[in-house]
Design a protein around this ligand. Structure first.
Ligand code: ARG
Length: 457
């Protein structure tokens, strides 16, 4: 492609470090779409003849068919996807192929391909997360009144409902989807026609190619267009945040499956056995989802380090932009699918959750609130009385609700029979009816609202 000046061949090491076809062949479809839009515009502007443009378009279609059929031979000596496609095109249609690269450069070409590719991936990620949200909503609906311990510091804190716990993730995932959609908005500008870095003297029509490729508009500065990869970083940022959320849910599944919790069961579909311990059922899928953030957040680090300090405009460093993004997308899509699968497979164990909710004096706050609301005692003092009752129950090795009225009255004479109404974990959860609270009736409302919102999209 640059044979005019170069006579000697490049060294093997040079080829090895320079070649990108091994990974950028993933941009093949987008590369061909971009080329078709470009040559159609060139013909419309009278820059190439209609007959050459028609030949180029049908040749490109043939190349695409070969790629889709798996018969296309990707050649490493042709360096990257752009040159592989163009070279095959010239084998197919002859010298007219040489007109395709008029008024463009691989610099605007690769920036265009990459944006098109990432846009398609965002369009796959967003509905995949929605499917996961729907799976969570179904479980939350069924388990709206399953009482379990809610934790702070992973210590039993207050009774909550399993439905409420799951709906917390529905909220996180909604923001995650918004972040991807927001990234798509900024990404959706066409670099094509920026050429190497400065634009082109040919009378091209950048609006034409932008429209043909589904971009909202052409990028406004040719140097920014070929030098910027913040669209990919933004995607990786959103992906890292989503992977972080997935890792928290995955970790909870691991905990919930353990013999100490027994809050959920997963079937054979999402667990594995041990080759040595016959009794084992391991939550491997959840563990791997928990781990995948390593690659995804690592991809962000990798790309931001590649871009840091690069002077404008394009430098070959930027060829290192694609692999981290490809890896992150693969890891993310698989993690989302595995999490949706687990959420549909998972069977919550209502009785075990309830038994666990009763451990750790989770209604001590309810007792203090009762002293405040029914007896007019200041909260600080009520907190102190409830603490003394917890200590008494702990000494006796029983729950708060198992203390007798006499035992309670020895600590505070204000206490009467009606205190028992607030000491059950079910009553505690049901009482938390404030907007966004854990009461089953609130969970059912949240489920209905989320369902309506998601299905309306
Ligand atoms: N394979 C290159 C990349 O991915 C394409 C752009 C090459 N541009 C250049 N001036 N050498 O970045």
């Amino acid at each position: 492609m640059w044979g005019g000046r170069f006579k000697g061949g490049s060294s093997d090491i040079m080829s090895e470090i320079n070649v990108s076809i091994g990974f950028d062949k993933r941009l093949a479809v987008q590369d061909i779409l971009g080329s078709k839009a470009h040559v159609t515009m060139l013909a419309a502007q009278g820059i190439v003849s209609n007959s050459d443009a028609a030949k180029i378009c049908s040749g490109l279609e043939q190349v695409l068919a070969e790629i889709e059929a798996g018969t296309f031979e990707f050649k490493t000596d042709l360096e990257d996807i752009h040159m592989n496609v163009e070279s095959r095109l010239s084998e197919l249609i002859g010298p007219a192929a040489g007109r395709l690269h008029t008024a463009r450069s691989r610099n605007d070409q690769v920036a265009t391909d990459f944006r098109l590719w990432l846009r398609d991936e965002i369009d796959a990620v967003v509905p995949a997360i929605k499917d996961l949200q729907l799976a969570l909503i179904e479980q939350a609906d069924r388990a709206a009144d399953y009482v379990m311990p809610g934790f702070t510091h992973l210590q039993n804190a207050q009774p909550i409902t399993f439905g409420h716990h799951l709906m917390a993730y529905v909220e996180m995932f909604q923001r995650d989807r918004d972040r991807f959609r927001d990234c798509r908005k900024r990404l959706n500008e066409s670099p094509l026609g920026s050429a190497a870095l400065a634009g082109t003297p040919y009378p091209i029509d950048r609006d034409h190619t932008a429209k043909a490729l589904g971009f909202d508009r052409p990028t406004a500065n040719s140097m920014d267009a070929v030098a910027s990869r913040d669209f990919a970083l933004e995607f990786l940022g959103a992906a890292s945040i989503h992977a972080m959320h997935l890792s928290r849910l995955a970790d909870e599944i691991v905990l919930w499956m353990s013999a100490q919790f027994r809050f959920v069961k997963l079937s054979d579909a999402f667990t594995t056995g041990s080759s040595i311990m016959p009794q084992k059922r391991n939550p491997d899928a959840a563990e791997l989802v928990r781990a995948k953030i390593g690659r995804i957040a690592g991809a962000f680090q990798s790309l931001i380090m590649v871009m840091k300090g690069l002077p404008l405009t394009y430098s070959k460093d930027m060829q290192e932009d694609k692999e981290p993004v490809f890896q992150a997308v693969d890891a993310l899509m698989l993690s989302i699918a595995a999490t949706s699968g687990m959420m549909r497979d998972l069977v919550p164990q209502k009785d075990n959750m309830l038994a666990a909710a009763k451990l750790g004096f989770t209604t001590a706050t309810d007792l203090a609130d009762w002293l405040v609301q029914k007896k007019g005692i200041p909260f600080r003092e009520a907190h102190h009385i409830a603490g003394a009752l917890v200590s008494e129950a702990e000494k006796k090795g029983c729950g708060l609700e198992d203390l007798s009225l006499e035992e309670m009255r020895l600590i505070s004479s204000e206490i009467d029979e009606s205190v028992f109404e607030v000491l059950s974990v079910e009553a505690s959860a049901a009482a938390r009816k404030s907007f966004g609270g854990t009461a089953p009736e609130c969970v059912r409302k949240a489920v209905a609202a989320a369902r309506t919102e998601l299905l309306a999209e």
